[in-house]
Unconditional design. Structure first.
Lengths: 280, 267
């Protein structure tokens, strides 16, 4: 995945003089997602973008946050981002490690997780997620990994935060497959089914922050990242995207946030033997 | 329980057409056993595993499976399992798909001798529409609608663990996944281990130990989880997982790799 340079960016002269450090759109996304987490959260962490955001929160403003991975590790404090959901690093730095059935039954279904952090291949305007298939289930164009724990995370966590790169292929009017229930295909199924957890309350992208409309549960743009226009968001959203009455501007990443995130990625790349930095 | 070589344990306990579970949640994936099954050319298997991982990508690519029961089919942190994905996209592999919590609890139900597992899940999701084994029952006490799936009862479960003692009791440490449940749910079970020790020595009183009478066979397989890992012995070979992406994309490259690294590698 390529990142959009936010302010200027090498090579060549910058069109607008930056008033802070240079950063990429991917870094902005991760930082914005990390800021949504607090010290009191017990967070069920998906691998990839969610894991970077959750650990950035832990290494900056939320040092007491409890991170939980579905492999059974409770309150883990990895020094590098895990490549898999069950890397040894997660277990070695955890308060304790439980079996997977216990993780899903007592901790997730039992209501002991405040927030679940997910990504997906497709999201719709009501925060429903597809991570199963592009095309028909019986005749797939692209077979994706499937639910893993996502379907249960969407149901069991107090609320769900979603982090995804903005593109018309991912922000679709109609999911090819509904893997993880958000607010449902019309926005009210979740409520109608009597599910007591809140579902998606936040969708962070590389362009903006979206939150559900209190009446309709449709994800609307609450904040634009610096330099991003409404037109850019419209172009990259597959449905007729709506904006809140008052749209804020996301604060740019601070020097500290960038430094911690970059050194986390550098440590991770060294540990896994990858180029690093592409997944912020 | 009897101590066998990996070769003999597979020869005796894994049959064509079996429902076979190789478990280990990213950690302790039983690669040595899986590779021996490939060398012995088993066919027509129903493969059960929460996260098929590279080992099932290899077995599916070698044409050994007719059906897969799973809950997440990717190369962790890397991308697709290309052999598996091609088989699904071509329609040559039957799939039965769950989510993690459901599948973990289906093993648990199998271990507990129950016919089914029940939990809260899948409501509003499309998964029940493509998996007729996901059904709903009503709680007789509260009236709540609860999700229900059949218990998993593999013909044979294979796990890898750190150590066995002289009696064949098996100790598992670190991320313990669903191995205990998968072993207790199975009709036959085989454990490969890094080493056999006289005595486990100092350990937590709550250590995860499978007593010897829960196992059909124990076999020594040093580095038997590689490229997965064995906590306390060796780390996950993440470079192998990353390199697998290129190996598995092309069928011929895959076949040549398997010939050199598995079929001709021997036990």
């Amino acid at each position: 995945m390529t990142s959009i340079p936010m302010w200027g960016g090498p090579p060549g002269p910058r069109p607008t003089p930056p008033s802070g450090p240079f950063y990429t759109s991917a870094e902005m996304m991760t930082v914005a997602a990390a800021r949504a987490l607090g010290n009191d959260d017990i967070c069920f962490v998906g691998i990839g973008l969610p894991s970077a955001a959750c650990n950035l929160a832990r290494l900056t403003h939320a040092p007491r946050i409890n991170l939980v991975y579905e492999s059974g590790t409770l309150a883990t404090r990895p020094d590098v981002l895990p490549l898999s959901i069950g890397d040894g690093e997660l277990c070695e730095t955890a308060l304790t490690t439980v079996a997977v059935p216990e993780m899903f039954r007592y901790w997730l279904q039992g209501g002991r997780i405040t927030v679940g952090f997910l990504g997906g291949a497709q999201v719709d305007r009501f925060g429903n997620l597809n991570s199963t298939v592009i095309g028909g289930y019986g005749s797939p164009k692209v077979r994706l990994p499937g639910s893993g724990g996502a379907a249960e995370v969407g149901m069991g966590c107090g609320q769900v935060f979603i982090i995804m790169r903005h593109s018309p292929r991912s922000f679709v009017p109609q999911l090819d497959f509904l893997t993880t229930l958000g607010h449902g295909r019309t926005g009210i199924e979740r409520r109608q089914l009597g599910i007591r957890t809140k579902g998606p309350t936040l969708l962070v992208t590389d362009l903006c922050i979206m939150r559900p409309d209190p009446q309709t549960n449709e994800m609307v743009v609450a904040s634009l990242h610096p330099g991003i226009t409404r037109e850019q968001v419209r172009e990259k959203t597959g449905w007729d995207v709506r904006f809140a009455d008052v749209v804020a501007e996301t604060a740019p990443p601070s020097a500290e946030e960038l430094e911690v995130l970059r050194s986390l990625h550098a440590r991770t790349a060294r540990a896994h033997g990858t180029a690093g930095g592409s997944e912020s | 329980m009897e101590f066998l070589t990996v070769h003999d344990a597979i020869a005796r306990h894994v049959k064509d057409g079996d429902q076979l579970a190789l478990e280990g949640f990213t950690h302790l994936v039983p690669y040595a056993a899986g590779h021996e099954i490939i060398r012995q050319g088993r066919r027509n298997l129903t493969l059960i595993r929460m996260t098929p991982d590279l080992i099932y990508d290899q077995m599916i690519g070698m044409g050994m499976a007719r059906k897969l029961i799973f809950s997440w089919c990717g190369n962790p942190g890397v991308g697709s399992l290309h052999r598996l994905r091609e088989a699904v996209e071509r329609g040559s592999l039957e799939i039965v798909e769950y989510s993690h919590g459901a599948m973990a609890q289906a093993y648990e139900a199998g271990a507990a001798g129950m016919p089914c597992a029940f939990f809260r899940g899948y409501r509003g999701s499309d998964l029940p529409a493509v998996n007729p084994d996901i059904r709903f029952i009503r709680c007789p006490f509260t009236g709540e609608e609860i999700t229900c799936i059949p218990a998993l009862r593999p013909d044979v479960t294979i796990i890898h663990a750190q150590r066995a003692d002289r009696e064949g009791n098996v100790l598992i440490e670190g991320i313990v996944g669903v191995q205990k449940e998968a072993v207790l749910a199975a009709r036959r079970a085989v454990a490969t281990v890094e080493e056999i020790v006289e005595d486990f020595g100092p350990r937590s009183t709550n250590a995860v130990i499978l007593p010897h009478w829960t196992l059909s066979a124990v076999a020594v397989a040093p580095r038997g989880a590689h490229p997965s890992y064995a906590h306390g012995y060796y780390a996950r070979d993440n470079r192998y997982y990353i390199a697998w992406d290129a190996v598995s994309r092309d069928r011929e490259t895959f076949r040549a790799w398997m010939r050199k690294n598995v079929l001709e590698a021997g036990q």
